[in-house]
Design a protein around this ligand. Sequence first.
Ligand code: TRP
Length: 328
Amino acid sequence: MKKGNIFSGMRPTGRLHIGHLSVLNNWIKLQNDYNCFFGIVDWHALTTAFDYTETIQDNIRMMLLDWLSAGLDPEKSTIFVQSNVKEHGELHLLLSMITPLSWLERVPTYKDQIQQLGSQGKDISTYGFLGYPLLMAADILVYRSNLVPVGEDQLPHLEFTREICRRFNYLYKCEIFPEPQAELAKVAMLPGVDGRKMSKSYNNDIPLGASSEEIWEKVQLMVTDPARIRKTDPGHPEVCIVHTYHSIYSALGIEELREDCRQGKMGCVVCKKRLAKIIDEQLAPLREKRDYYEQKPELLTEILAEGARKARITAGETMELVRSAMNI
Ligand code: TRP
């Protein structure tokens, strides 16, 4: 007996990196106990990248490979592309009828993003982008989800979804939608190798599919304690990116490592080699799975087709209830 339904999704905007693993591992853990729907949300990607769609199909494949390599299991979870399940679009439209504009305008990410992208010369003051949180609400509600595993940055969107959910149930005197709860992953804050936020656009990330060589190259770029010139100089692990990583990945030997650094007993190169080895060990099983799937493009197509077919069944049932409640 499953404990309920789950929806979560990611926008296919490029390769995933090790900073995404905490959210993904949370999904992987939940797929045993819940009826899970995981969507590659390509319509959401269009809200900002509407003028650059050439790479979207490649990005969808890459995201699927990243997910499968991390351990999402198409035998357990329903994995699909959002635009293949038109019910998301229909629910978005119907919910738009009951959504006050002011609710959308006050979602904190809205003005922030408009400003941020605006300063880069990109105008996203579109109808579609304003509706981003409502499309998200449709994603979640169309599966009558109980739980939504996300990162903390998505909480305002989830709160908005709950408000829409209550408003619908209230207006149409029904209990079609359970109120979805957030399931927060413990997100380890991994900085990029240069100390900025980890992002592929800064090229300071370690991709999930990185080879051993690529991992070593990236670890070599990590910024260490600038006051430490010679190996025997005492180090300051608190300001060192390599140390930040060790404290997440090498919990066991961390005290000793810190002392060796402070006393100038261990040089940065050795310390980096150790870290690269640990990250490599973490990513090796992912690479193996990725290789397996990469050689089977027809299997990838099949997984998405089967996922969409299953998703449509549940989404279709919800839409029957919704249309009937709205007399449509
Ligand atoms: N907005 C989410 C993000 O950027 C992606 C997303 C779209 C999503 N629809 C969702 C997440 C529904 C959870 C549930 O990460």
